[in-house]
Design a protein around this ligand. Structure first.
Ligand code: NAD
Length: 339
């Protein structure tokens, strides 16, 4: 829902590891300059395993996201050592993050092979081939179970159509291989169709995954919102990030139960450039923008988004990964000047 003016929203911020704190500082600075009514509650990954979560993520930090219902996460380095749950798995399970949303759009002025890309991938995030149910049947034969449920498929389809409607999108494409996976992908499609009927104003189509890949590399502007099961979503979302310039630019947002959202950049902690003021904060900034849109703060979101586009288009202050020489600080200051 939209937020009444004058109200401050409390949001959890995980600066994360490596370049995380530098790019999180950049987000704080830009949000401050844009007068975004957000009060950050900073949380850090613990230095030892919290027995309540079985992970380096503390119970308190997860509680913070649950309570606020909204958060932004910097990249987290995978801790070494045995006997703990991975950070991303902990977040996904504990916060019930069932959908991963990645807007992919061309940045004017930053030339890639494609122009005018403006699509969103929505990936089911809890089941499919990633259910972790693998075993050996006999020596030399293994089996992996692909789980598709009506509940998870309908939930992600609902989210995709809701997203399309609330973000001014025209069309939802369900990506599948139901011609071969008749039962599993068939059920996924069935759920998408049922939800589509409730949204007559949004066009609905079904595209087979292999054809989808060909269409994406030939002409990605053919697509608007894509919704898909876990494995296809993992692959297609990276493919789409590659269409528009790659890691340093791609935002994402994870959606959980009762409207909870945790936005994060797609890239990792970039240890090779950490602490050197070289990181590109764009992906985390744009993740912050998706967070604002989720909160209904469209005006602030547009303002920051446009300042980022202008800064990159102008080309005077680009970070090294985009072929420039600007530091994180110089780029951030330029974005603030363009607000
Ligand atoms: P990475 O994304 O950290 O780095 C890959 C390359 O891209 C590096 O050369 C890096 O310098 C560059 N790069 C990444 N983000 C950049 C940015 N914002 N600006 C400029 N350059 C950038 O991937 P990796 O090296 O495979 O992983 C490093 C660590 O990050 C690992 O511990 C990994 O587990 C973790 N990781 C975390 C997440 C997450 O928290 N969501 C995602 C991926 C990797």
């Amino acid at each position: 829902g939209s937020i009444a003016s004058g109200e401050t929203i409390r949001a959890t911020l995980f600066p994360g590891d490596g370049i995380g704190p530098e790019i999180a500082d950049s987000v704080k600075q830009v949000f401050r300059a844009a007068d975004v009514p957000i009060d950050w509650e900073e949380q850090y990954v613990g230095t030892e395993i919290d027995p309540r979560t079985g992970s380096f993520l503390t119970w308190e930090s997860l509680e913070s996201v649950r309570k606020n219902g909204i958060g932004l996460k910097g990249p987290m380095a995978t801790p070494i050592g045995k006997g703990h749950r991975s950070l991303n798995l902990t977040l996904r399970k504990e916060l019930g993050l069932y959908a991963n949303v990645r807007p992919c759009y061309s940045l004017p002025g930053y030339k890639t092979k494609y122009d005018g890309v403006n699509l969103v991938t929505i990936r089911e995030n809890t089941e499919g081939e990633y259910s972790g149910l693998e075993h050996q049947v006999v020596r030399g034969v293994v089996e992996s179970l692909k789980i598709i449920t009506r509940q998870a498929s309908s939930r992600v389809a609902e989210y995709a159509f809701h997203y399309a409607k609330t973000h001014g999108r025209q069309r939802v494409s369900a990506i599948h291989k139901a011609n071969i996976m008749k039962k599993t992908d068939g059920l996924f499609l069935q759920c998408c169709r049922e939800v589509a009927e409730k949204y007559p104003e949004i066009q609905y189509e079904e595209v087979i995954i292999d054809n989808c890949c060909m269409m994406l590399v030939k002409n990605p502007t053919l697509f608007d919102v894509l919704v898909m099961p876990n494995l296809y979503g993992d692959i297609i979302s990276d493919l789409c990030a590659g269409l528009v310039g790659g890691l340093g630019l791609t935002p994402s947002c994870n959606i959980g139960e009762s409207g909870l959202a945790l936005a994060e950049a797609v890239h990792g902690s970039a240890p090779d450039i950490a602490g050197k003021n070289l990181a590109n904060p764009t992906a985390l900034l744009l993740s912050g923008v998706t967070m604002l849109r989720h909160l209904g703060l469209q005006e602030k979101a547009d303002q920051i988004h446009n300042a980022i586009l202008k800064t990159i288009e102008e080309g005077k202050y680009r970070t090294r990964d985009l072929g420039g020489t600007a530091s994180t600080t110089e780029y951030t200051n330029a974005v603030c000047d363009h607000l």
